[in-house]
Design a protein around this ligand. Structure first.
Ligand SMILES: Cc1cc2nc3c(=O)[nH]c(=O)nc-3n(C[C@H](O)[C@H](O)[C@H](O)COP(=O)(O)OP(=O)(O)OC[C@H]3O[C@@H](n4cnc5c(N)ncnc54)[C@H](O)[C@@H]3O)c2cc1C
Length: 381
């Protein structure tokens, strides 16, 4: 008998759908196919695990066998999906063909690679999985100087974590400030000062175009020809939704796999969830949107079609040197940032022409206002 529901991917999205499904239906046959080991870990912990002294195996919260038993699910681990065959209700994998009644794509997102040249390019690391984290930890042994490409959320989290772990850290970003558009100017300046006080060195308006291997480590060169030395280069310039397999069979894809409000793709028996999804033009690669999606999709898959809703979902930036929470305004929203700067923090509200708050950023002690402000924000969807 073919499994009724097949989930492709065992990240937070795939596992959350399985968990939510089992709350509603204990019996429906369920299979998860994953290129990973299939154990459950929390991906956000990858960028604050060094300071906590955690190795990759220590980050696994539930081992594959225990997870399979807990969720009454077959997990096909270390198995790569090579082709979707929606016309045949089947997928091809490097471990054989598998049929489904309903399919859930939970392929996540892949790190963006900058067009950098040089003999050291192959040594640039990204950390987007447990396997990546294990490789990063191994390469860090004996490496003191770490260069981080990208001063966004993940780059800054790694910078802070590496500093706590005792590394020298330099962060390079093309933008004029940290955390890109998530922070208005004064909040960004406060954030920078706090991270610099913790020992992080920032180089803004700086684009690295070359990484060469030398006897003494790696040499990075920017567009102006200025050189910087490092033992390890970590790229954190953003993620790109994994859409390739969906696109290859004509499923609608844009920045992510395009779905309707039920998370159905352009094939009504194929759904998508997590970092690979584009819903109403929104690609939101964060934990809270995945939870909203998983709850709604589980209901839909068990016979109660349920649309996804997004309340405003603030994101906590894990930089202990400067506690930070961001809740960006809906994309395209018109308004202005109003910043209240105190010695201990900055409270920034994004307000429309009538003074109605549409988004906020809080740094330093101002983060204690997170709950109260989140409750005032309009829903995103
Ligand atoms: C370092 C880091 C820190 C973060 N911190 C935060 C945070 O503090 N707060 C927050 O809200 N969000 C954070 N995020 C984002 C959050 O972790 C992600 O949004 C979430 O984990 C994505 O889950 P996912 O299941 O969609 O994707 P993934 O976890 O990427 O899972 C994708 C799955 O698909 C599988 N797969 C892909 N292609 C194939 C294939 N062809 N065949 C078989 N399997 C395949 C993979 O093996 C994997 O199992 C962070 C992300 C990173 C990288």
């Amino acid at each position: 008998m073919s499994p009724a529901i097949v989930i492709l991917g065992s990240g937070l999205a795939g596992i959350s759908v399985a968990r939510e499904l089992r709350k509603l239906d204990k019996e429906v046959p369920l299979t998860i196919v994953t290129a990973d080991d299939g154990g459950f870990y929390s991906k956000p912990s990858l960028s604050n695990a060094l300071a906590a002294g955690k190795s990759a195996p220590q980050l696994v919260l539930t081992q594959r066998e225990a997870l399979a038993a807990q969720l009454n699910v077959e997990i096909r681990s270390h198995t790569r999906v090579t082709r979707l065959l929606p016309g045949e209700h089947a997928v091809e994998t490097d471990g054989g063909r598998l049929e489904y009644r309903r399919l859930v794509l939970a392929f996540g997102a892949q790190p963006i690679r900058l067009p950098i040249e040089g003999s050291g390019v192959g040594e640039i690391l990204s950390v987007n999985s447990l396997t990546d984290y294990a490789a990063f930890r191994a390469r860090l042994a004996g490496a003191k100087r770490v260069a981080i490409l990208g001063g966004g959320l993940i780059g800054c989290e790694f910078a802070n974590d590496l500093r706590i772990a005792g590394n020298d850290v330099e962060v390079f970003d093309l933008a004029p400030q940290a955390l890109g558009r998530l922070l208005p100017a004064q909040a960004a300046a406060f954030f920078r000062t706090r991270l610099e006080a913790a020992g992080v060195r920032f180089y803004f308006d700086t684009s690295i175009v070359r990484v060469e291997r030398s006897e003494d480590g790696l040499v990075l060169t920017d567009t102006q020809g200025k050189n910087f030395s490092a033992d390890l280069v970590l790229s954190a310039v953003g993620l790109k939704s994994e859409t390739e397999l969906a696109r290859a069979v004509g499923l609608k894809a844009n920045r992510g796999v395009v779905t309707d409000m039920l998370l159905a793709t352009s094939d009504p028996d194929v759904f998508a969830v997590g970092d690979c999804v584009e819903l109403q033009g929104l690609v939101l690669p964060f934990v809270l949107p995945i939870m909203q999606q998983a709850r709604a999709l589980a209901k839909t898959l068990t016979g109660t079609p349920t649309t996804v809703s997004y309340p405003a979902m603030p994101v906590v930036v894990k930089t202990p040197a400067c506690p930070t929470v961001v809740c960006p305004p809906p994309s395209g929203a018109v308004g202005t940032w109003c910043e209240e700067v105190e010695p201990a923090g900055v409270r920034a509200l994004f307000e429309d022409a009538d003074g109605k708050p549409l988004g906020f950023s809080l740094v330093g002690e101002a983060v204690k206002e997170k709950q109260a402000l989140a409750a005032q924000m309009p829903a995103w969807l």
